[in-house]
Write a protein that binds this ligand. Structure first.
Ligand SMILES: Cc1cc2nc3c(=O)[nH]c(=O)nc-3n(C[C@H](O)[C@H](O)[C@H](O)COP(=O)(O)OP(=O)(O)OC[C@H]3O[C@@H](n4cnc5c(N)ncnc54)[C@H](O)[C@@H]3O)c2cc1C
Length: 495
């Protein structure tokens, strides 16, 4: 008999919706909290910059039982994703479970010594506390802006200059006839640079630290999901916990793997003209592939070719009355500086004593299966990890987490097993695969299949692979198939 729990879901984005559905389906009493006035998280309309669209193709960015509409393009725009999330919430009647405009400001162990947590909530100027048996943290990686300032910024702003975080670039008219400098090399930086060109900026510079590999929506004319998102490709990266046999096989196939990745690099260099723009990365693509590998913004290389975007390797030194001084020694004209410098990863409402158990001194998170920490019982993360198919990933983890919370995993781990696995994963990231250290080590790309395999095995799914072995090896993850795999697990109800 599984006890019915009172479960808090913090956050109403992709992951909060997945968690609310998973816990509600098992009969728990779910109360979701979203600090914004609307669902959607990063896709909520007031937070999205113009022209934002998914990096993942739509078949890789959906829940298992809810494909994106047929008339959506392959890479849907932000408002479409937002509408899709609303349609998912309404299909599963999730809105009734959430309290919007409600912020969680603190999270402490319950004072009555019962298992669970006391949340401090704040809404409409009022603050109160509420006890929960379990907390699912779904506040993602994009909730706290990384705010940086540079010398001379205040004077620059007083003189009429503008400085904004990338998420504040929601009105493109602000760049018309302006000298714009975008700091950062991620997809949001290039999206904004291209958008600024389209919206009549006088000049646009893209200032970034290092060249990185970028993958276009079509590589050599083929949708990248059909080339890069497959088990056969994933198995060529140096994954964790390799047995002597898998190490021997990797050594045997090393030349083929090497040739495969050099071929991909040559294709990318040729297709994008990387040499011409001095944008060839120095690191091999197989070493760098992780959640920080950006997709090419459509139009970026056309703008580079046309000279409407000027790339600069460097960073900002400071604002002067002559313009923006860069680390290259040049001073460039600047009316508007857009800082696409990302977000601060964290759980600010969790008190320091618990954060110390969760985060290692080098910023790596101690979480088993990217979700739970054995020293922080009765809570777990959903979607705290980055991925190339975050919606499916959130749903898979949500289904794992509810079973973990209920003690219903086929492989229910104890604290020792979890700590051993966490230490093994940390060691792998630190010694064998430094690229996996991005975002606090919370990135499941490019090992999506492997991650899902582990979750399904834990859950006790009896079907874990597609019946066609070729499709399983050479096709991208299929959300509907994962729905069937989840349904093959033993079912139960709380209460
Ligand atoms: C521009 C952009 C494009 C992206 N494209 C892709 C893509 O193509 N493919 C892909 O796999 N991933 C993509 N991502 C990653 C994206 O973060 C995930 O796909 C997914 O949307 C994350 O959802 P989430 O619910 O985990 O987090 P979020 O969407 O960040 O939602 C977290 C929610 O928690 C709420 N919240 C935070 N703190 C509190 C609090 N204290 N109290 C109450 N509520 C709180 C926030 O208001 C927010 O609504 C993209 C991200 C961005 C920014």
């Amino acid at each position: 008999m599984v006890d019915r729990k009172k479960v808090a879901v913090i956050g109403g984005g992709v992951s909060g919706l997945a968690a609310a559905k998973a816990f509600n389906e098992k009969g728990h009493r779910v109360i979701g909290f979203e600090r914004s006035h609307d669902f959607g998280g990063v896709w909520e309309l007031s937070r999205s910059y113009p022209d934002v669209r998914t990096q993942s193709p739509k078949s890789l960015y959906c829940y298992t039982d809810h494909p994106m509409p047929d008339d959506y393009p392959e890479w849907p725009k932000g408002p479409m994703v937002h509408a899709y999330l609303h349609s998912y919430a309404s299909k599963h009647k999730l809105a009734r479970l959430f309290r919007l405009n409600t912020n969680i400001t603190a999270m402490h162990k319950r004072i009555d010594n019962k298992p669970g947590w006391t949340l401090t909530l704040e809404a409409a100027g009022k603050e109160w506390t509420e006890d929960f048996d379990f907390v699912s943290i779904c506040t993602g990686q994009f909730s706290e802006k990384n705010i940086i300032t540079h010398p001379g910024q205040q004077d620059f702003v007083e003189r009429g200059g503008q400085v904004m975080h990338s998420s504040e670039y929601t009105d493109p008219t602000v760049v018309k006839d302006k000298d714009v400098v975008v700091l950062g090399g991620s997809k949001s930086a290039t999206d904004i640079a291209v958008n600024a060109v389209k919206n009549g900026a006088k000049s646009v510079r893209l200032v970034y630290l290092n060249n990185v590999w970028r993958v276009p929506y079509h590589v050599g004319g083929i949708n990248f999901k059909n080339l890069l998102y497959m088990r056969a490709q994933e198995e060529q990266f140096n994954g964790w916990d390799r047995t002597p046999v898998s190490r021997a096989l990797a050594a045997l196939f090393k030349p083929l793997v090497w040739a495969n990745f050099r071929g991909l690099e040559t294709l990318l260099k040729f297709q994008l003209g990387l040499k011409k723009h001095n944008m060839v990365p120095t690191s091999p693509i197989e070493k760098e592939a992780s959640c920080s590998l950006p997709i090419v913004t459509p139009g970026l290389f056309d703008c580079l070719k046309a000279g409407t975007i000027t790339p600069v390797i460097g960073t900002f030194e400071g604002y002067t009355d002559k313009g923006l001084k860069l680390s290259t020694g040049d001073t460039v004209p600047c009316d508007t500086a857009i800082l696409a410098v990302g977000w601060k990863l964290g759980v600010p409402y969790l008190s320091q004593e618990y954060q110390d158990k969760l985060i290692e001194s080098d910023g790596q998170y101690r979480v088993y299966r990217l979700s739970v920490n054995p020293d922080l019982p009765d809570m777990g993360f959903v979607g705290f990890n980055s991925s190339f198919c975050s919606v499916l990933s959130a749903e898979m983890i949500a289904n794992w987490l509810v079973r973990y919370a209920d003690g219903q995993l086929a492989n229910q781990p104890n604290a020792t097993q979890m700590n051993e696995n966490i230490d093994m994963m940390l060691n792998w990231k630190r010694t064998e695969r430094p690229a996996a250290k991005v975002y606090g080590g919370l990135c499941s790309a490019p090992f999506h299949f492997r991650h899902f395999d582990e979750l399904l095995a834990d859950i006790g799914a009896t079907k874990t692979k597609r019946s066609n072995p070729l499709a399983e090896k050479f096709a991208h993850p299929n959300a509907t198939a994962y729905g069937e795999f989840l349904a093959s697990a033993p079912q139960y109800m709380a209460g």
